[in-house]
Design a protein around this ligand. Structure first.
Ligand code: ADP
Ligand code: ASP
Ligand code: MG
Length: 458
């Protein structure tokens, strides 16, 4: 069995859906399970609709929802109109979902508040529609696609907007729902991104979460491979939108890929690797628009490149929180008290550096900074630097080559560095700079490590 996941751009229009179906068809023998994202841009539109509803801008809500409906109808016309019963069933489902969105959006408008639970119910509709459309389109081509509600498979906790899977019940569902279909020669098609709590509420796994869904489903059925089909040739030495001459990495280890994803390489959702690691399932990142390119293989072994830098990721809009504890100098338990506060507020920390009297950490700016500062103040003097970016150079045994650090710092001459950190695992050399310097810094570091005379490059 394999899991084949298509991202939004891979199912952005009818032509692309057709191409994606070709990819599935060519892999029929491998017993695929298909996981699809919403059509490109739809999730953003649904989020915008919830915001317009909160602002009681009903004209804007109607405009967005009408466009979302039209978009799906247009794609359906191209893909399934010849078979009128498919088309009619699909448009009926489309209208039912649209009606449901309107009901929730009216609730949001009435309360003037978006609860995470209501938001999940709205944004999940993108994947619900795309997956139904994909399954019907497969049937149009006489392929045995069968739509499966992701909510009937993926069970999560109730962290709406960022739910975590409960693997026990998910595995049971997958065995009960997916395996019999596969045994009958069917190809299950599910929406990514969506799950359901044990008491029946729809949840989502976080933006970009369809990759995570693919890995969860892959782990739940014990797949042989999880394939992430996207719009680039694989994991690359940097985001090609930022570095057009970034190179594809043919083979990389789980730990490196997870680190890159965590530090902003959007090609994989940060949590995608974890379910695969537990069962040692290889993950392959491949290009829907360039099917013959081999892509990137991610597995435990990671290939022959066992030391030195592999890629650079950048995580923007983070804050550096600097905590100084003059009064507590030398007192034990200081760090424990500080981190208990982070724990209490569920703020996760990416980088940490310490000196004798101070500790600096980086956190996502979306966290409630004001509350964090208020709680930290009795324990330490707090200074916050906002609008910062982490530039993470990732690779196993990164510093084995002494040139790496030298090249990185040399390339950053003239750019203010707010913080830097070298993970003890030697997996990550991170530098924090102003958001406004981030692009320039990434380009310089990429040039120094991967272009011209590269150091142990990919
Ligand atoms: P999908 O819709 O298929 O999930 P995403 O937009 O989420 O696609 O992820 C693919 C994008 O990730 C690429 O278009 C690329 O711009 C970006 N990206 C960021 N870092 C990297 C990297 N290191 N390698 C490849 N792509 C990257
Ligand atoms: N459609 C969701 C998003 O845009 C999930 C995904 O595409 O992976 O975030
Ligand atoms: Mg994605």
């Amino acid at each position: 069995m394999i899991v084949i996941k298509f991202g939004g751009t891979s199912v952005g229009n009818s032509q692309r859906v057709s191409n994606a179906i070709d990819i599935v068809s060519e892999r029929r023998e491998q017993k695929p399970i298909v996981v699809v994202s919403a059509l490109a841009g739809v999730t953003n539109e649904l989020v915008a609709a919830t915001e317009a509803a909160r602002a009681s801008d009903s004209a804007r809500v109607d405009e967005i929802i009408r466009a979302v409906r039209q978009r799906h109808e247009d794609v359906a016309i191209q893909l399934v109109q010849q078979k009128i019963d498919f088309f009619e069933t699909f448009t009926r489902q489309l209208d039912k979902q649209i009606e449901q969105i309107h009901t929730i959006l009216r609730g949001i408008a009435l309360l003037g508040e978006i609860t995470p639970r209501a938001k999940d119910k709205v944004v999940a509709i993108g994947e619900k529609l795309s997956s139904v459309l994909f399954a019907y389109s497969m049937m149009m081509r006489a392929l045995p696609g069968e739509h499966v509600h992701s909510e009937d498979v993926v069970v999560t906790d109730n962290h709406f907007g960022e739910a975590a899977p409960l693997m026990g019940p998910t595995r049971e569902n997958a065995q009960r729902v997916l395996i019999p279909l596969i045994e009958r020669g069917r190809i299950p098609v599910m929406g990514g991104f969506i799950g359901r709590t044990e008491d029946g509420a729809t949840t989502t796994l976080g933006r970009g979460g369809s990759d995570y869904s693919a890995a969860i489903v892959g782990a739940a059925v014990g797949a042989d491979e999880i394939q992430i089909w996207t719009d680039v040739d694989g994991m690359m030495t940097c985001d090609p939108r930022l570095i057009p001459n970034a190179r594809v990495i043919d083979h990389i280890s789980y730990v490196e890929a997870a680190e890159l994803a965590w530090f902003g390489a959007k090609v994989l959702h940060p949590k995608t690797i974890a379910p695969a690691v537990e069962l040692g399932i290889p993950v392959r990142v491949v290009n829907t628009h360039n099917v013959t390119s081999p892509g990137t293989l991610v597995d435990a072994d990671g290939g022959s490149h066992t030391h030195g830098p592999r890629a650079i990721a950048v995580k923007r809009s983070i804050a550096v929180v600097q905590m100084t504890a003059n009064a507590m100098l030398g007192a034990h338990g200081f760090l424990a008290r500080l981190f208990a506060i982070f724990e209490q507020l569920e703020v996760s920390v990416d980088l940490i550096t310490t000196s004798e009297v101070s500790v600096s950490v980086t956190i996502d700016e979306k966290h409630n900074l004001a509350k964090l500062i208020e709680k930290l103040k009795p324990v330490a003097d707090v200074e916050v630097l906002e609008n910062q970016s982490i530039i993470a150079v990732v690779g196993r045994n990164l510093m084995k080559n002494t040139e790496v650090g030298a090249r990185v710092f040399e390339s950053l001459q003239g750019i203010d560095i707010a913080m830097f950190s070298l993970g003890t695992s030697g997996l990550n050399l991170s530098i924090v700079v102003n958001d406004s310097d981030a692009d320039r810094a990434v380009k310089s570091v990429h040039r120094a490590l991967f272009e011209n005379a590269a150091v142990g490059a990919a």
